[in-house]
Design a protein around this ligand. Structure first.
Ligand code: NAP
Length: 340
């Protein structure tokens, strides 16, 4: 098999492609021959060495999601069928031509979706599903502000929010991202490269938001909190802004971002009737019932054509460095996948 190996975290050159013997599934496992693996912003943070859940795991292979065909089954496994097209989740190890997983980690590919489209789906879909329905517990009619709305998680949030009957105001960093947000159901879009974000948000939604989804994590948290309506929730789930776009991260830069991070006072939260909620789905890996229930709902919405495919940029596995560079540029829309 071929896989991307990070011996020690660092810049892009730590992403090495290695060839090894194919793994075998143990009892209770399946072996998936991977055709495509999803790339997430979190993988870049893993590569840099700042992803908490990856500490102590190097040398390691990044990647949370994959799609391919079932090549072998360990003892005691009767499903899925050999040769079945499946996609799945893994807690690291996805950037590989072969992934060993337990059957609960994989699902049949939806009809009409190719391997790249399937590999691009589960991580962001689970994140958006958890964020909307478990963390924020949105209700129909609520108004949302969604930052980085044209990215992987952002596009999933827009689609699932529309299914939930919510009205999303999308925020993007460049003009070429606007159209996709509208197509995915955003009520309106703010391009913060051309207008002042908060002035425009106040103009469009003067009554404030029920929920703000924030994956930038530094500049936008304080102002987002201020724009919450009564009973509003600020959902924080990422810190992309801590990393300089297209440049290597520096420790002093990270420390400065940490110091600039807002602190929320319980007295003030109570007086203002607002909440701040954080989550990371990586810590939910292994909660099989939760994963099965969420995916059953998501696959149902795909069948009903209420979830559509978002754009997927395909990179050969040998171009993994280019894929990371592209994601870190902040200019991509939809998802990126590595083709095996
Ligand atoms: N907590 C969880 O469970 C969980 C799960 C998955 C992902 N996440 C987080 O969700 C966020 C989105 O992840 P994703 O994989 O879907 O990525 P993505 O949204 O496809 O790409 C990242 C986007 O973030 C914005 N951005 C802001 N600062 C940036 C920076 N310094 N460098 C690059 N981009 C920057 C850019 O959009 P604009 O310029 O348009 O804003 C960029 O397109 C990340 O922060 C990730 O860590 C959290």
């Amino acid at each position: 098999m071929r896989r991307v190996l990070i011996n020690k975290p660092g810049s892009h050159d730590v992403l090495k492609l290695v060839t090894e013997a194919d793994p075998r599934p143990a009892a209770g496992q399946v072996l998936v021959r991977v055709r495509a693996a999803g790339v997430n912003f979190a993988d870049c943070i893993v590569r840099m060495g700042y992803y908490q859940a990856a500490r102590g795991l190097y040398p390691m292979t990044p990647g949370f999601e994959f799609a391919g065909t079932v090549e072998a089954r360990g003892e005691g496994v009767s499903e899925p069928e050999l040769g079945a097209s499946v996609f799945g989740i893994t807690r690291f190890g996805g950037y590989s031509s072969h992934v060993v997983a337990e059957p609960w980690q994989v699902w049949p590919c939806p009809e009409g979706w190719d391997a790249a489209e399937c590999a691009a789906f589960p991580a962001v879909a689970f994140t958006a599903h958890y964020g909307l329905f478990h963390a924020a517990r949105v209700a129909a009619g609520e108004s949302l502000l969604v930052h980085s709305a044209a990215g992987g998680v952002g596009t999933a949030l827009l689609q699932l929010a529309a299914i939930a009957g919510c009205r999303s105001l999308a925020v993007v960093g460049s003009a070429h991202k606007i159209r996709l947000c509208r197509e995915l159901g955003a009520w309106d879009v703010i391009d913060r490269s051309t207008v002042e974000l908060w002035g425009e948000a106040d103009r469009l939604v003067p009554e404030g938001f029920d929920v703000v989804f924030d994956s930038g994590g530094v500049e936008t948290l304080r102002e987002g909190y201020r724009r919450l309506a009564q009973g509003g929730r600020l959902v924080t789930y990422g810190f992309a802004e801590m990393f300089p776009r297209g440049k290597d991260v520096s420790l002093p830069g990270l420390a400065l971002s940490y110091l600039r991070m807002p602190r929320f006072n319980p007295l003030e939260l109570t007086a203002a009737n607002r909440g701040v909620i954080g989550f990371n789905v990586v810590h939910l890996f292994g909660k099989r019932d939760m994963a099965s229930k969420a995916m059953a709902e998501l696959l149902g919405w795909i069948r009903e054509k209420r979830i559509r495919k978002t754009p997927v940029a395909r990179y050969p596995i040998d171009a993994v460095i280019e894929a990371h560079r592209a994601l870190e540029s902040g200019q991509t829309v939809g998802k990126l996948v590595l083709m095996m």
